[in-house]
Design a binder for this molecule. Structure first.
Ligand SMILES: C[S@@+](CC[C@H](N)C(=O)[O-])C[C@H]1O[C@@H](n2cnc3c(N)ncnc32)[C@H](O)[C@@H]1O
Ligand SMILES: [Zn+2]
Length: 313
């Protein structure tokens, strides 16, 4: 195991860092980035994420079990399509994808919020490849990565902690996030961004916790979620999810990426969850086949439940 990586720079001035007692320091800014009690370098602002918990034991277990299939069937072919060797995952969760990529000899790093560090320690993630950092403030140099991926994370940026409700400054926060992801990607490099589609009225990833919903509708949404594990939402107006247009506006129009194109959902999902839904097994194959075969013109429209977008810097 390495203790730190030479790829790291100061997340503020992007200048060199030097090893010091307990971590790394930036001489220019006079700041130190310390290792937390689990041994991972922490680049997040002190106290900001103290009470943020994004991952349960159950969710971590799910990631540990499901990632091998996802990596082999979807992610690895995507990385290999343009022979990406330097890779970053934003919001890596437990970090299985980065572990698999490193096993294959790639230079791969994962970043996530401080609450992930006990889960990293449990599976012995290398403190030289996993760092505590926010997507909007990364400890890597400009243009360092061939490819970067960020799966099911962007819809949480700018929301109020513990909710999926948008905060007052969500536009600025999402802009800072997108700009920073592009900064560390090489010119012509790729970013894979995924998120449930705001234009599709069913969300398979999140619970219904939107404060703006009238109480009666909220009760129905809650009942539907408890019964089927799916969240109904209105496909128009402000909501924490993104549409294809929202992602294009953010990455291309506002942050200068050259393109943002929806990819096929083929091999993205394992459909393991659907099997456990009561009464759904009969339509499971049909739904799976629909999702796997959404034709190109329908990608990103109201017929497409989930966005898998390739952004090119
Ligand atoms: C829904 S989980 C997805 C985990 C993993 N990407 C996967 O697909 O298995 C979202 C992850 O994003 C992380 N996250 C949320 N906001 C973040 C931010 N601003 N910067 C970095 N990570 C963030 C959370 O801590 C959590 O691990
Ligand atoms: Zn600095």
């Amino acid at each position: 195991m390495s203790t730190w990586s030479e790829a790291l720079v100061c997340p503020d001035c992007h200048g060199a860092l030097t090893p010091c007692e307990g971590g790394l320091s930036c001489e220019k800014d006079g700041v130190t980035f310390s290792r937390n009690p689990h041994g991972y370098l922490d680049f997040t602002p002190e106290g900001r994420y103290e009470r943020v918990e994004t991952t349960s034991e159950e969710y971590a277990d799910e990631q540990r079990t499901n990632w091998r299939r996802f990596y082999d069937a979807f992610l690895d072919p995507w990385l290999q399509r343009e022979d990406a060797k330097r890779i970053l995952e934003i919001g890596s969760g437990v970090g299985m994808g980065i572990r698999f990529a490193r096993d294959e000899g790639k230079e791969a790093y994962g970043i996530d919020l401080p609450c992930l560090s006990p889960f990293w320690a449990k599976v012995e993630n290398d403190p030289g490849s996993f760092f505590l950092a926010e997507g909007a403030r990364l400890p890597f140099p400009d243009g360092y990565f061939d490819a970067l991926y960020c799966l099911g994370v962007i819809e949480h940026v700018g929301t109020i902690v513990g909710h999926y409700t948008l905060g007052d400054h969500y536009r600025e926060e999402r802009m800072a996030f997108a700009r920073e992801l592009l900064r560390v990607t090489k010119p012509g490099g790729r970013l894979l961004i995924t998120c449930p589609n705001r234009r599709f009225p069913i969300d398979i990833h999140h619970e219904p916790t939107d404060d703006a919903t009238p109480p009666g509708a909220m009760r129905f949404r809650r009942w539907f979620f408890d019964r089927f594990g799916l969240t109904l939402h209105w496909p128009f107006g402000e909501y924490h999810l993104f549409s294809l247009g929202d992602l294009r506006r953010l990455f291309v129009q506002d942050c200068g990426a050259s393109s943002a194109e929806p990819l096929s959902l083929r091999h993205y999902f394992g459909f393991h969850r659907m099997g456990s839904l009561p009464g759904v097994s009969a339509v499971k194959d049909l739904a799976a086949s629909y999702i796997e075969n959404i034709s190109k013109p329908l990608r990103g429209t109201c017929f497409d439940p989930f966005l898998v977008i390739e952004v090119r810097r």
